[in-house]
Ligand binder design. Structure first.
Ligand code: ACO
Length: 324
């Protein structure tokens, strides 16, 4: 017996404006063909002028709350995973808290770039297991379009904006992998790799926002090596193997990374939720977006074993295994 953090609702929000590869061809020295073959991306959404990360996050949270059929006032904690907050402070999470009309509980942001949602989910699980919260709203929300260097074609074609959210609730479980809820987590980081993926500005260093810089090939190499490894470690902690997996819900950066990780895990692509073609890389928002889309289109259903895995700047990477 013991507590489990069970998903009781999921939702997402994408900004209205869709930018296709063909539209990008008009302003960036690139082609639809290059973007598709290298990354699998066909289009992405960009936030409207004045539309902020907290707006995206609030819409996604409202969708998850509606799906769960609960009152916002019953939520004990909000964690927002983001690297593109509205302001340096306060946190996006406190902005969402106010927008949801909540006057109790606590809210904070987590920053682990593209692995942010996995880190936030693992922390929400820890809060529930340690009885510091019963219901936690976990959001991934980003406006990466705001940190693109439009003169760098190797990065600006890859990213998009969006938000996804899940609500976790404490439930009693038998303590076995038959329980619904989060079964295991695996988190890692290695700060020696800071220079292959970073933003070249910030409060303390330059008092500017800066732009995303990436050595794509190096990031690719680490992703291939580390993603299958962390997913398999988390599965092992849960007492499961890759044969037990119903759905892999990977961070959506690049179709080639997604396919290669699935191959390494011995999981067919028919068991992988893929949204990168429509959303681009939305960093911390990509996994909750994919979870929400996977549920909406009938792929993910109650009782499924779902494995999420992500890697991002830091480097930071990890995996969460849950029974939906
Ligand atoms: N359009 C056309 N040509 C381009 C473009 C573009 N948008 N961008 C680069 N090229 C050219 C390059 O100039 C280069 O030309 P050259 O050979 O004449 O010099 C050629 O394409 C090949 O470039 P590479 O960088 O070698 O291309 P690669 O096959 O490695 O693919 C990519 C690049 C897609 C970025 C790949 O390396 C990748 O996906 N890396 C991982 C990125 C990733 O997932 N990052 C997110 C991590 S999460 C986070 O925390 C943000």
């Amino acid at each position: 017996m013991g507590k489990r953090a069970v998903v009781i609702g999921v939702g997402h929000y994408l900004p209205e404006r869709i930018v296709t590869n063909t539209e990008l061809e008009k302003t960036v020295d690139t082609t639809d063909e290059w973007i598709r073959t290298r990354s699998g991306i066909e289009q992405r959404h960009f936030a409207a002028e004045g539309e902020k990360t907290s707006d995206l996050a609030t819409h996604a949270a409202e969708a998850a709350i509606a799906r769960a059929g609960i009152d916002a006032g019953s939520i004990d904690a909000i964690i927002v995973a983001t690297s593109t907050p509205d302001l340096t402070f306060p946190s996006v999470a406190t902005m969402v808290q106010a927008r949801l009309g909540m006057t109790k509980g606590y809210a904070f942001d987590v920053q682990a770039v593209c692995a942010g949602f996995v880190f936030a989910l693992a922390n929400a699980n820890a809060l529930i297991l340690s009885e510091q919260a019963n219901r936690v709203l976990v959001i991934g929300a980003e406006t990466f379009s705001r940190i693109m260097d439009w003169s760098d074609r190797s990065t600006c074609v890859l990213f998009g904006d969006g938000a996804g959210a899940v609500i976790l609730e404490a439930r009693e479980g038998a303590g076995t992998s038959a329980d619904r809820g989060i079964l295991a987590t695996d988190l890692n980081s290695d700060g020696r790799h800071k220079d292959i993926l970073y933003v070249d500005g910030g409060v303390s260093a330059s008092q500017t926002t800066g732009y995303l810089r990436m050595e794509g090939k190096e990031v690719f190499r680490h992703a291939i090596e580390k993603l299958a490894q962390t997913a398999e470690t988390a599965l092992e902690k849960a007492g499961l193997g890759t044969g037990d997996v119903t759905w892999v819900v990977p961070h959506q950066a690049n179709l080639r990374i997604i396919a290669s990780t699935a191959r390494k895990m011995g999981v067919g692509m028919d068991r992988v939720v893929v949204t990168v073609q429509e959303h681009g890389n939305t960093s911390a928002a990509s996994i909750p977006l994919a979870l929400s889309v996977g549920v909406a289109n009938g792929q993910i259903t109650e009782g499924d074993i779902v494995v999420t895995e992500a890697i991002g700047g830091g480097l930071a990477w990890g995996s969460v295994v849950l029974r939906w």
